[in-house]
Design a protein around this ligand. Structure first.
Ligand code: ADP
Length: 324
């Protein structure tokens, strides 16, 4: 009897070659951009895998919008390579953009058109026929929770509704990748939560999302990974929880009072690291007890003991508060 006859059938089946890893949906390698003698993006490298939500964070002027513009082929890099949906950018940007939806920082909907008309007009840009667009409009309206507003003019919509319409419009060509510049800036908390919920439903459908944001809570809730940039350079990259652990790694006590400097001097022997931002003293503590003992019940002083969050990471890395 041959060896093959006594082996379980799986053992003699040729093993399938391992699947090749999917090409990144977005790839930046050593990208630079200069305006005059100013370096705006400085050796930036990162990649976003299909199905990931990736956040680009940084203070104003860090180079986030310039990075998105280069990604879409709207401005050319001075060095480095960029790929979007596995196409080289900017040379094949026109082809790549067919598989990409864009949500710009400021809504550029046509205020004189109705909700439905805005979707129809945008579909035309992608070369879709009237019947093709009509076929997807109901699901886009449902996605945006705007079914009852289909025939309302855009000028009549609330800020949250306009944002949801801009998001729905970006989906008209069923893109694989969504690129969003500050998707919830200017929205009230309720409208912001609804956008987050909609974005999570897109991620559940396997879409890839690259977003810039000013809101650390947004990044923490939505992003699988993120990259913090400052003056065009990457200063940190990773999963939100890993970054919080790696960069902060302890609890935070926020103390609000009239004289944060004096409080800092008093707590110096008990706290390894402190920062003052406005009226608030941030204490990074392994052992909170000595701080609690000293501030509890003190007149005019309030305090909050909490786990570290992404905002702490941002403050630590960029050394300042974000400015709107
Ligand atoms: P962010 O989106 O992070 O706020 P930007 O990418 O908009 O940052 O801008 C980064 C820097 O590049 C800023 O200092 C800005 O003034 C400068 N910048 C952006 N676009 C241009 C341009 N077209 N010409 C000259 N400087 C520019």
């Amino acid at each position: 009897m041959s060896d093959a006859a006594v082996l379980p059938s799986d053992a003699i089946r040729p093993t399938a070659a391992p699947a090749a890893p999917a090409a990144p949906a977005i790839e930046f390698v050593d990208v630079e951009k200069h305006y005059g003698d100013k370096t705006v993006v400085n050796g930036l490298s990162f990649h976003v895998q299909p199905g990931e939500c990736f956040g680009l964070l940084g203070p104003n002027g860090a180079g986030k919008t310039t990075t998105l513009k280069m990604l879409l082929g709207l401005t050319a890099p001075d060095a480095g390579t960029i790929r979007l949906v596995d196409e080289p950018i900017p040379s094949r940007a026109r082809y790549a953009r067919r598989r990409v939806g864009v949500v710009p920082q400021f809504d550029n909907l046509d205020p004189d058109f109705t909700v439905r008309e805005n979707l129809l007009v945008f579909g035309r840009y992608f070369g879709m026929s009237g019947s093709e667009i009509e076929a997807v409009v109901p699901s886009l309206l449902e996605f945006a929770r705007l079914e009852s507003k289909a025939n309302a003019r855009v000028g009549e919509l609330s800020g949250g509704m306009k944002r949801r319409l801009t998001l729905a419009r970006a989906l008209v060509n069923d893109p694989d990748v969504l690129i969003m510049d500050e998707p919830t800036t200017g929205l009230d908390p309720q409208a912001r939560h609804l956008i987050w919920e909609r974005l999570r439903s897109l991620l559940a459908r396997g879409k890839t999302i690259l977003l810039t944001t000013h809101f650390m809570e947004e990044a923490e809730r939505l992003c699988d990974r993120l990259c913090v940039i400052e003056e065009g350079r990457k200063v940190a990259e990773g999963k939100p929880d890993d970054l919080i652990q790696r960069v902060i790694g302890c609890d935070v006590i926020e103390i609000y009072g009239p004289d944060p400097q004096a409080l800092r001097d008093e707590l110096l022997p008990f706290v390894g690291r402190m920062e003052i931002s406005g009226e608030t003293l941030f204490c990074y503590v392994d052992d909170p007890a000595p701080v609690h003992q000293r501030v509890k019940g003190r007149a005019g002083v309030r305090y909050l003991h909490r786990p570290a969050n992404l905002e702490d990471v941002f403050l630590r890395l960029t050394g300042r508060e974000m400015v709107d």
